[in-house]
Design a protein around this ligand. Structure first.
Ligand code: PMM
Length: 269
């Protein structure tokens, strides 16, 4: 899954694809580089981010969804808003990726149920503006697993079908660096919930800090090797998909892992 943020302020690529034509060209490029899905988002979820209005979010994403799906590219819509999800599905998107797992907008579960589209249920504890205050766990793997299980159960009660559910432990969302590493090491415990798993480590802060002295970080544009390695590791564990900005680097890592006999071809997504 290739990331396409049509935002002025995403932490990883904010501003780069805020212009519609540039966004469309980049989405085409991600697909050409090997992304099976292009994930289009119009709201930055970086820690501390302010939310755009619904109208502004629609204005950013819908023309891009239209243009890419018209070219036969599979698109997921990265949104917490039911109306944006519905409009994106009408414009040709086929997957709804909600970092709040349907918690941010009470209408989301019914829209998901109506559309029948696959729904990414990410582990989430609140909006980005203060989510890091909620990064407290007894046992992060057990707690995230239990909270995802509860969320999925509620969504099923609300009419979302079993064939629609994809879960995501939400790397970097109300998590410290140590929480993120623990979740990656304990990925089997999320996979054994029995749902397809999506994982997004791409360019996140914990990859900037690993192996560096306090206060010294890899800049954003130097985190794609670390992203490719963590993504290949997750693929080896059996996740359904990996969400990345640099598709070429991750395809290379998956190819190498496959040659080493550690990733099945069908695990590439
Ligand atoms: N991370 C971001 C945005 N959307 N969606 C899912 N399912 N999982 C993630 O980990 C995730 C996401 C934040 O990263 P970005 O600002 O680089 O898009």
């Amino acid at each position: 899954m290739g990331v396409l943020n049509v935002t002025p302020d995403s932490f990883s690529d904010g501003g780069q694809w805020a212009d519609g034509d540039a966004a469309i060209a980049h989405g085409v490029q991600l697909a050409a580089e090997g992304a099976s899905i292009v994930d289009i988002g119009g709201e930055s979820t970086r820690p501390g981010a302010e939310r755009p209005s619904e109208l502004e979010e629609l204005r950013r994403v819908i023309p891009v969804v239209h243009a890419l799906t018209e070219q036969g590219i599979t698109v997921s819509i990265d949104t917490m808003r039911a109306e944006v999800a519905r409009a994106a599905i009408d414009a040709g998107a086929t997957i709804i990726n909600d970092v709040s797992g349907g918690l941010a907008d009470p209408q989301m579960p019914s829209v998901v149920a109506e559309t029948g589209a696959p729904f990414v249920v990410m582990h989430w504890r609140g909006h980005s503006v203060d989510m890091q205050d909620r990064a407290h766990y007894d046992d992060v793997v057990a707690d995230v697993r239990a909270e995802l299980e509860a969320r999925v159960s509620t969504l099923r009660d609300q009419g979302v079908g079993d064939d629609q559910i994809i879960v995501d432990p939400g790397i970097g969302f109300a998590k410290t660096a140590e929480h993120n590493w623990a979740l990656l090491r304990g990925l089997e415990r999320i996979i054994d919930l029995g749902w397809p798993v999506l994982i997004g480590t791409s360019r996140k802060a914990f990859l900037g800090r690993i192996g560096r002295a306090e206060g010294d970080e890899r800049p954003l544009d130097r985190r794609d090797v670390a992203t490719a390695i963590t993504s290949a590791f997750a693929a080896r564990r059996g996740v359904w998909g990996v969400r990345v900005h640099d598709v070429t680097a991750t395809v290379d890592a998956l190819d190498v892992a496959a040659a080493l006999g550690v990733v099945n071809e069908e695990e590439r997504s």
